[in-house]
Design a protein around this ligand. Structure first.
Ligand code: GUN
Length: 287
C-alpha cells in the first residue's frame, strides 16, 4: 500500500502561510501583491484554470484581475496590453494563460513579459536562470512537485529520477530541478525506444505527458515514488492522470492522486511566485 500524497492538504497549508505573509507585506508596503491574468479566447479548460487562479489570489489577499480578450485579438494588441501591465507598478505578476489562439506566437508573447513579472517563469531569461540554478521564480508545476517531495521527506539526492514528457512547461524544468537536487535524471519522451525499461529503474517517477493511464503497474519498480502530473479525460469523460492508479498504487511507496495531487500545488506555487515578485519589486524600489 502506497502512502497517498495529499496535494490538496499540503497546498492548503502553503496557501495559509502565504495569506499570513501577504498580510504582513500589505501592512508594510501599503499595497497588496498584484497579479494580472490574461486569457485570450474561450477555451473551456483555460477558463476553469483562470477562475481558480483568481479565487486563490482573492483568498490570500492579493489584488488580482482577469483580463479576458476575444479570440480575434491580434498578437500586436496582446503585446501592447502586456506592455501596459509591465509599466504598472502595482502589477507584480503577469500570467498569460496558454494555449493561445493559433494566430498568436506564444514565444513573442512570453518574451513581452518582463522577466521580473513572469510568474510562470517561461521567459527565456528565467529559463536560462533555471538552467544555471540562479533563479527567483520557478515554473509552478515542477516547483509544486519539488515541494511535495520535500514535504514527504523524499530527497532526490543520488536517486534514479525518471521524467516522462519533455514539455517546456513541465518535463524540461522538472528534469532540471531534480538535477539541482542531485538526482540522476533520465528524461523520456515520445521517441524513447523502450519506455518501460527506463521507468522500471526509477526511484522517483514523474509522469507529465498527457496520455491517459500510460504508466501501468508493470512499468514501475517496487517501492518507487510516483508523481502524476497528468490531467486527462478518459473514454468515459472521467478526470484521470498519466498513471494507471489501480495497478501502480500497490507497487509504489508513495503516489499522488488525480485530482488532488499535483494540481492544487501548481496554484499554490503561482501564489508563492507572485509574492516573491512583489517582494523583489518592493526591495528594488527601496534601494
Ligand atoms: N496552461 C496550462 N498550464 C499552464 C501554466 O502553468 N501556465 C500558463 N500560463 N498556462 C498554462
Amino acid at each position: 500500500m502506497a502512502k497517498l500524497i495529499d496535494g490538496k492538504k499540503i497546498a492548503g497549508e502553503i496557501r495559509a502561510r502565504i495569506a499570513q505573509e501577504t498580510a504582513s507585506f500589505t501592512a508594510e508596503n501599503g499595497y497588496a501583491p498584484g497579479l494580472s491574468v490574461i486569457i485570450v479566447g474561450e477555451d473551456p479548460a483555460s477558463q476553469v484554470y483562470v477562475r481558480n487562479k483568481k479565487r486563490a489570489c482573492e483568498e490570500v489577499g492579493f489584488a488580482s484581475e482577469v483580463i479576458a480578450l476575444p479570440a480575434e485579438t491580434t498578437e500586436a494588441e496582446l503585446v501592447s496590453r502586456i506592455a501596459r501591465l509591465a509599466d504598472d507598478p502595482r502589477v507584480h505578476g503577469i500570467l498569460v494563460q496558454l494555449p493561445l489562439p493559433a494566430h498568436i506566437r506564444e514565444g513573442a508573447v512570453i518574451a513581452a513579459i518582463p522577466p521580473q513579472k513572469d510568474v510562470d517563469a517561461f521567459h527565456p531569461e528565467n529559463v536560462g536562470r533555471i538552467m544555471t540554478g540562479h533563479f527567483d521564480l520557478l515554473p509552478c508545476t515542477p516547483a509544486g512537485v519539488m515541494e511535495l517531495l520535500r514535504h514527504e521527506g523524499i530527497d532526490p539526492e543520488g536517486k534514479e529520477c525518471v521524467v516522462v514528457g519533455r514539455s517546456n512547461i513541465v518535463g524540461k524544468p522538472m528534469a532540471m530541478l531534480l538535477l539541482h537536487a542531485h538526482g540522476t535524471v533520465t528524461l523520456c519522451h515520445s521517441h524513447t525506444r523502450d519506455l518501460a525499461a527506463h521507468t522500471r529503474r526509477a526511484d522517483i517517477l514523474v509522469a507529465a505527458v498527457g496520455r491517459v493511464r500510460l504508466i501501468r503497474g508493470d512499468m514501475v519498480r517496487d517501492g518507487a515514488v510516483v508523481i502524476d502530473v497528468g490531467m486527462n479525460r478518459d473514454e468515459n469523460g472521467k478526470l484521470c492522470g498519466d498513471v494507471d492508479f489501480d495497478t501502480v498504487e500497490p507497487k509504489a511507496s508513495a503516489i499522488t492522486p488525480v485530482p488532488g495531487g499535483v494540481g492544487p500545488m501548481t496554484i499554490a506555487m503561482l501564489l508563492k511566485n507572485t509574492l516573491t515578485a512583489a517582494r523583489l519589486a518592493a526591495a528594488r524600489e527601496r534601494s
